[in-house]
Design a protein around this ligand. Structure first.
Ligand code: IMP
Ligand code: MG
Length: 192
């Protein structure tokens, strides 16, 4: 069954997103002046944010992708992660900037940061488009955040529900998911 987009609420419009991403890019460009950040984009959700962010950077940058999937037990992230795509290059002595779509429990980012730290980058920072701090299970530091969001499952701007809606150019919330599958919504409101 298809989600009818009439039943959705826009949380961040396209113009609001573009303005915020530009601000983040200015902040990052100032902080990395004289250096070349090595962007590690977390597949797949962060691809849209990263492509906007990098085009507003005024410092040169390099681009790489990291794919991870977490095994879910019920609807909870377990922190057990499998690498589906590793980096193309050695990051030793590079200034790594991880680009994420959203940090929820923090399990995914925590695993990723521990993995990258072992490879001895010169520096390691994180830019996450969204942060949902109310759901944090592991303490992770986010250096650049687009928006703090409330307890609601969000879609669009790279983020999916079963691989759909990544191409929607704004962030939206659904009050109900299709197929009676409201597990994700209950999860995001803390009922599971
Ligand atoms: P964490 O490991 O619990 O922090 O989960 C982070 C990952 O779960 C993100 O990189 C997303 O892929 C996914 N995720 C968490 N919340 C949402 C959401 O509201 N919409 C879409 N994906 C989400
Ligand atoms: Mg993700």
């Amino acid at each position: 069954m298809e989600v009818t987009l009439e039943k959705h609420r826009v949380l961040y419009s396209r113009s609001k997103i573009q303005a915020r991403v530009k601000e983040l890019a200015e902040e990052i460009s100032a902080d990395y002046e004289g250096r070349t950040p090595y962007l590690v984009v977390v597949l797949k959700g962060a691809v849209v944010f990263a492509s906007d962010l990098m085009r507003s950077l005024t410092v040169p940058c390099e681009l790489d992708f990291f794919g991870i999937s977490s095994y879910e037990e019920g609807a909870r992230s377990t922190g057990i992660v499998r690498i589906t795509k590793d980096l193309d290059a050695n990051i030793e002595s590079k200034h790594v900037l991880v680009v994420e779509d959203i940090v929820d429990s923090g399990q995914t980012l925590n695993y990723l940061l521990n993995t990258l730290k072992q490879r001895r980058p010169a520096s390691l920072k994180v830019a996450s488009f969204l942060d949902r701090p109310s759901r944090r299970e592991v303490d992770v530091k986010i250096d650049y955040t687009g928006f703090d969001i409330p307890d609601a499952f969000v879609l669009g701007y790279g983020m999916d529900y079963r691989e759909r809606y990544r191409n929607v150019p704004y962030i939206f919330v659904l009050d109900h998911l299709p197929n009676g599958d409201d597990l994700l919504l209950r999860r995001s409101t803390g009922e599971v």
